[in-house]
Write a protein that binds this ligand. Structure first.
Ligand code: ADP
Ligand code: ZN
Length: 299
């Protein structure tokens, strides 16, 4: 069995794991402080837990990150406002300390890979993983590969119709105001209604608006990426009553135009919660480790 290390590098915490998959994953977590202190803690965990037995390490990181292997700043976190982390060479620091291949990608791309290998999108060639939390971000699997492109998708920042009469809230994205993240992230819900999202009852009108916004966004990806399933995670999606509401809204927006089995059967298997729960990111980082090892050995 090939033993991998994985890091889900978040803006508030790092989750590190050692294992081969969900069955034997051993994890630890610690707060994200300075880059030096935080990566040191991750490296120490891998040394203590696995000794020299790790075949590769994967890192699923907050971003934006540089994912182009030929770039001089590959493996770095780029333009984050997080103090000290801008231009920090996260992948290089870990690779130099542990002397193993290191796979590096965004946190949501990691989660998309984890859910595809072991979770709610298992076996599907094309899917989208979306997190709706402090921010909104998405990762797409297209033809069994994680979609990168010029940078990496920034799905949270797409524009959706915003009816200022029905919803006068201006949005909280510091770059765009009322992009998807500005209108539908956890902080947007809290600012609009004056209460944290988790304290709003299931009948609150907040959820009607939330389901509408998320369905408008999903419609864009149905029509552009044509995924076979959406996996929706993140803190806000703990409100499970949102799932049937989003399915209904999405069916209404598509309005009978796309008539695949997934869509005409009520979308119950089309818009689903994650199966790996809080471990999607760290398990995804094990997949990144596996991919890094495979590419190193030319498989
Ligand atoms: P992060 O995005 O920071 O990694 P989360 O995915 O947990 O972390 O998202 C945090 C956001 O989700 C916060 O804005 C919080 O208000 C919201 N949230 C967390 N739990 C719930 C819940 N049970 N119901 C609704 N919103 C929640
Ligand atoms: Zn934005």
């Amino acid at each position: 069995m090939t033993l991998y290390g994985g890091i889900e590098a978040g803006g508030t915490k790092f989750v590190c794991g050692v294992g081969t998959g969900p069955g034997d994953l051993a994890t630890t977590q610690f707060p994200t402080t300075s880059p030096e202190e935080t990566t040191r803690a991750a490296i120490d965990f891998f040394r203590q837990t696995a000794g020299g037995k790790l075949a590769a390490v994967g890192i699923a990181s907050f971003g934006p990150v540089d994912l182009h292997p030929e770039s001089p700043t590959y493996g770095c976190i780029t333009s984050t406002p997080k103090l000290g982390w801008q231009n920090f060479d996260l992948a290089g620091t870990v690779a130099r300390a542990l002397e193993v291949p290191v796979g590096f990608d965004t946190d949501v791309n990691g989660a998309a890979l984890g859910e595809t290998r072991w979770g709610a999108a298992q076996g599907l060639s094309d899917s989208v993983y979306l997190t709706v939390g402090t921010g909104i971000g998405g990762g797409a699997i297209v033809h069994r590969q994680v979609l990168h492109g010029m940078l990496h998708p920034e799905m949270g920042h797409i524009r959706i119709p915003h009816d200022l009469v029905k919803d006068p809230y201006a949005g909280c994205c510091p770059f765009h105001g009322d992009c998807l993240e500005g209108l539908a992230s956890g902080p947007a819900i809290e600012q609009r209604w004056g209460k944290p999202a988790r304290e709003l009852g299931p009948d609150h009108e907040a959820w009607v608006l939330e389901a509408r916004y998320l369905a408008l966004a999903l419609n864009s990806w149905v029509c552009s990426l044509s995924p076979k399933r959406f996996v929706l995670g993140g803190g806000v999606m703990n409100q499970l009553h949102l799932f049937p509401m989003i399915r209904r809204e999405l069916a209404g927006i598509l309005n009978g135009y796309i008539r695949t089995g997934e869509i005409i059967n009520g979308l119950n298997d089309y818009v689903v919660p994650p199966k790996l729960g809080g471990h999607a990111g760290v398990l995804g980082s094990l997949v990144l480790a596996d991919l890094a090892l495979a590419s190193k050995s030319g498989k």
